[in-house]
Design a protein around this ligand. Sequence first.
Ligand code: F6R
Length: 614
Amino acid sequence: MCGIVGYVGPKQAQDVVIEGLRRLEYRGYDSAGVALVSDGRIAWAKKAGKLANLEKVLSESPLPGATTGIGHTRWATHGAPNDTNAHPHLGNDARVALVHNGIIENFAELRAEVEAAGHELRSETDTEIAAHLLESALSTGATLTGAMQQVCARLEGAFTLVAVDAEDPSRVVAARRNSPLVVGIGEGENFIGSDVAAFIEHTREAMELGQDQIVTITREGVEVIGFDGAPAEGTRYHVDWDLSAAEKGGFDWFMRKEIFEQPRAIADALLGRHDRSGRLQLDEVRISDDELREVDKIIVIACGTAFYAGLVAKYAIEHWTRIPCEVELAHEFRYRDPILTRSTLVVAISQSGETADTLMAIRHARQQRSKVLAICNTNGSTIPRESDAVIYTHAGPEIGVASTKGFITQMVAAYLLGLYLAQVRGTSYADEIARVVAELRDMPDHVQRILDGADDLYALAEELEGARSVLFLGRHVGFPIALEGALKLKELAYLHAEGFAAGELKHGPIALIEPGLPVFCVVPPRGRDQLHDKMVSAIQEIRARGARTIVLVEDDDPGIEEFADTIIRLPRVSTLLQPVAAVVPLQLFACELASRLGHDVDQPRNLAKSVTVE
Ligand code: F6R
């Protein structure tokens, strides 16, 4: 949560920082602020609300020119999202300006200490304390880098800190523990960002920092040390996506663009993962085949939409590998003392790779000596770095806060993992695996055909604009899709929406059915006849009670028309792969409805793209 930017170089720092914040605004948009080092003093501005509010302030009262600066876009944790609590925060004598992402857990005792020493703290944040501590350390003659080192030694929790010193315009200093931070390496200029989107228009050369490291950027170079002061090195890498990938490309919302990118994203997720005969090769899985053969239990951990991808994964993995597979919300996982052994494989699914709940669950699993495999979209992020192995989803940057192409590629990666395990352990025949791989390769075309019919979904959204509540029903792998359809509607349209396993209806939820209530029903393919027929019975039952049934059903499934008020056609695919197709109409519907209701689809209220606090 929160986006942070730092710059030192020949350009106007304010422009670079504001542009960087614009690209990081998906991380939080409760307030924004900027601080510049100009003529031996800190010039700053900050404002509650979206970045546009800060830009208005800057245009009315411009800051002086400066070539060193930092910026922040906030997702509030401690303290209300108002002007005072916005970052940057200044030290007692306004010598230091500092921005922060994360939570300083021991801030209350530190606050009491500096207040006792006569400092006046202005905000309710945990952050401000770090600015005051930094300034105190500087007053003893330390450099900003040395002061940062002293302060980090005193802080507990998760933090990325970025600071500037009014008396030293040559450097920006940043530190990280359990929170994201990357360095952009330019020529005669260097950058700090929460992720590479912050500086991608200036450089594609990046450096990721390790845990508990401090980086000092100047025009001339980048220097990394550990919190203990020992010289350290970051890991350099080249960013292989460009600015246009992070822009809207003609769509009204990033989310809509990302929905339409899904055929390509699925194809990229499959790229290089199999040979011509369909035999899988997952080169990045750094766990040996022997170790994979010894796995006797799989636990998938994830949150939100990624958790639903995990639920889909369970059906596929158990079916193909016969290994028992549990799926657990990452934030519940370590608190229930799960049974983990050396032969448990923990699969952590995360689009951002920064979700704190998932990261903490990974650490717990590794402490118990279980192997962790991450399914992740963000190269160089913390979760893959802290895992034993990774399957990258290759969906490209996902900017819309609601996950779409991230989700679809998480499912694809989970299928690949299940099939790979089946191949290594010999639980499925090679021709069976090759058949599923071939079917996966057809999915981009199937999804494209659904996207080509988007107008029908938009018309449906127009019809249902007045709905107060919407239900989603599914069975088997259609159940997580029902949950995902409901989540999308909650988070984007702010509507009451629930997903249910259709078999559960009679055990309670059917009481919610009233005349006119829209209910989306995901019908399993006919391959699993019992499932299919039972779902059709459920549709009849709710229709008899007046529900408005919107039925997602495969092409040429006869006999469904009489129970459906609206039919959404899905391609004919095997049961386990149906979620990849079935989720797309639900994404389009939620995006369109939220847009019609006048909501900010890319930045829904109260949410942030990466949830980097527990
Ligand atoms: C919903 C959504 C969230 C995320 C969840 C996990 O549209 O995007 O529910 O899926 O916060 O995030 P990652 O996958 O980044 O760990």
